[in-house]
Unconditional design. Structure first.
Length: 374
């Protein structure tokens, strides 16, 4: 009886204090992902596994269920414990990322996954990203009496190990995502614009030079060249099919289960899910999804505006930047605005690592937007 009362008080206190608008938006996005997984990937499973089972859907459902538990866990921690645990998990996840080039699985020229007993086909970068944001915010908001530019340099060197390991996979998309998140945090922390643009320019030129001069990055170069030459490259062919799927779906779509794009590639339910959705449900649904993401951004930034703690501001801005930038890159690839990057659509794409990563980010956001208890 006593335990029941404690559990009741805990969950009642959690529900009472979290931002319900942000929480319901997150749950709604996860629900949309489940619906589209049921509607658009169950047929893929039937075709590949030669069965009528809903393999992908039930696997997606299991990951979302685990993700919600993770979300509740991180959102219910005290802020002090959240920051402490995140710093520890940053180094743990970085260790897993370090294992990728040693014991990782290579798929289509890229080695990005670990196949562990307790985490099959796991992509460590999805865990690294949320904790990197907290680690960077901790450095940039430090109140120790050190020169401000020392903090900027220290924060830059904090992302170097992850960036280097990502480039070795190679995964230039996630590298850019980490780099852009760091740039955003440094920018809003109050750096001089002249220093900011100088450093940004030097880093960008260095990155371009490495991509086009080091043999290891031939995989990336081929994707870039195929992007500018539509007649070459298998990934470019997939993008062409993606654009055709969006065009054929029109404004209202072909109808549920009527799309053909999901049969034309192995990555349609992950990297090209927005095209599959558009073909079957129309551009109107894509516009609705983008509006939901925009409202999600607005809801978080409204909390940022009212927040006085610099560290919490940096973490919230960094977290929402990660989610939004990844969503924009995913959509951009699907409409052939960017070269293919292998980037999933947060909340909606099929993929355990992606769902767990965005669940951690969502839990952090819910934690730091909770109503303050006196």
């Amino acid at each position: 009886m006593l335990n029941d009362n404690l559990i009741y008080k805990f969950y009642y206190g959690w529900w009472k204090n979290i931002d319900k608008v942000i929480f319901l938006l997150i749950v709604f996005l996860f629900s949309l992902g489940l619906f589209f997984s049921l509607a658009s990937t169950s047929l893929i499973a039937s075709d590949r596994l030669e069965t009528n089972s809903y393999f992908f859907f039930f696997k997606h459902l299991a990951y979302v269920f685990i993700g919600i538990i993770i979300l509740i866990f991180f959102s219910s921690l005290s802020k002090k414990n959240l920051f402490r645990l995140s710093i520890i998990l940053f180094f743990v996840s970085l260790f897993f990322l370090f294992l990728v080039p040693i014991i990782g699985i290579e798929v289509k020229g890229a080695k990005r996954w670990l196949d562990l007993i307790f985490l099959p086909r796991f992509q460590p970068i999805e865990l690294v990203k949320p904790f990197t944001i907290i680690f960077l915010a901790t450095i940039l908001s430090s109140e120790k009496n050190v020169h401000v530019y020392f903090k900027y340099c220290l924060s830059f060197f904090a992302i170097v190990p992850a960036s280097f390991l990502l480039m070795m996979q190679p995964d230039i998309g996630q590298t850019l995502l980490i780099f852009l998140s760091w740039i955003t945090l440094v920018f809003i922390s109050g750096i001089s614009l002249s220093v900011f643009f100088t450093f940004f320019g030097i880093t960008l030129v260095s990155l371009v030079y490495m991509v086009f001069s080091i043999a290891k990055f031939e995989y990336i170069r081929n994707r870039i060249f195929s992007f500018f030459n539509p007649d070459t490259g298998t990934h470019n062919s997939q993008v062409a099919k993606s654009v055709d799927g969006i065009s054929s779906g029109g404004f209202f779509g072909k109808g549920i289960g009527e799309g053909t794009l999901k049969y034309k590639g192995s990555e349609t339910h992950t990297d090209f899910i927005i095209s599959v959705i558009s073909e079957e449900f129309g551009v109107v649904i894509i516009i609705l999804i983008l509006v939901i993401f925009l409202f999600f951004i607005y809801s978080v930034f409204k909390k940022v505006y009212l927040e006085e703690n610099e560290k919490i501001k940096l973490v919230l801005v960094g977290s929402i930047t990660l989610i939004v930038t990844q969503a924009l890159i995913h959509v951009g690839v699907n409409i052939r605005l960017f070269p293919t990057t292998g980037m999933t659509l947060p909340f909606l794409s099929y993929g355990g690592s992606s769902i767990l990563g965005v669940s951690i980010l969502s839990g952090i956001i819910l934690n730091l937007t909770r109503r303050k208890v006196n």
